[in-house]
Design a protein around this ligand. Sequence first.
Ligand code: ZN
Length: 441
Amino acid sequence: MKTYRFKLYHSDHNTALMRQINIAGLIYNHCVALYRRYYKLFEKYIQPYVLMKHLTKLKRTKRFAYMRRLGSQAVQDVVQRIDRAYNLFWTNLKRGVKSSPPKFRKVKKYKSFTLKQAGWALDESCGRIRLGKKWYGYFQSRKIDGRVKTVTVKRDAVGDIYIYIVCDAHPAQVEARTGKSVGFDFGLKRFLTGSDGNEIVSPDFFMQNVKRIRTKCRNISRKKEGSNKHERARLELACVYRKLANQRQDFHFKLARRLCEEYAVICLEDLNIKAMAHLWGRKIHSLGFSEFIEILQHKAIELGTQIIFVDMYYPSSQLCSVCGYKNENVKDLRIRERECPHCGTHHDRDRNAAKNILMAGASLRRASRPAISGDMVRPEQSGSVVDARIPRITAAGSMPKYSAKNQIHSLGGKILYVQRGQHDNPRKNFCTHAWSVNRLP
Ligand SMILES: [Zn+2]
């Protein structure tokens, strides 16, 4: 799966798209209300196709005639979105994860609608797209490769409209490379610390923009709510935030590419970002760890790099990377360097952790393929291996089918199909929107 993102040129008739997104928001709220009422009355949830039928009936009435402006597939997609959200809510309930069912949303803040097979046409030679009956020009930054599956129209807080084109591209057969392997430890001070001494510092994009954000926020609070000036001030702030997000994304993409070109195997710690954010606050989100890992995974598949996740409970910073002694008094994060009480080696905290992650990752990697004798294997660790060479592992059988729904993981040589939205680790429940380039298959 590949997602392309293009920006629509500004035009007067873009207001028609804005209106359609608003209508999608209205339908969304209507459906949420129906779901709730139905549950109150019958203690049951509505099947999505029943709701779709109901909506097509509604469209014929005078009161809901406005729904006809939105393509029929977009209406169906709204229903499917709510259905997906409810399904996720139930599975979370079963697992004891805290979450809430779909809520009412402000129509102003509703972002997008999706078309599937019908209701659109692409004209790549001129860089135009037909949505409904109107043609819109977009900035064609690259050619589309593959069969188009869905087209999503999305607006951002600034008021620009983008189209997201999801394509069914066959993943290129990438040979696994041989080369350097490395372990990386995430940190707040240093973004990544490598076991080979490679240190990557992330610019603090939030702090770079914080002055601008402060002034813009102050500007907003001085304007009367609902006035034109208030709206203008809000747009200015949204622009700053968009710039910040773009800066961070650009840094992540460039870094991911560089790392994947340099190393053949990258070992990382599987992090619990939510818990970390709870401990250290804003800085974690400001660095965007989880976004970076998603980008890295995708780049790794493209370039044939193997990424190995070490279990999050692996005590990487407690162990000594030389003798394996477990020192439990290392919780104080202020102490960056220490000496091992057993063998006396002087350690840098992060680098020691990175070395341990590399060792654990290497043993995991060996566990997922025929064992080589004479190898030093650490105690068994749980974790997962994202392997770019999956098609070759299953050489005995047929090629696994790639589809939007199934993501393939290899764990210990076994091939597992993980349904979208059902994996235990939320990071692996990839989504099909939001980036301008390829995603995981
Ligand atoms: Zn030691």
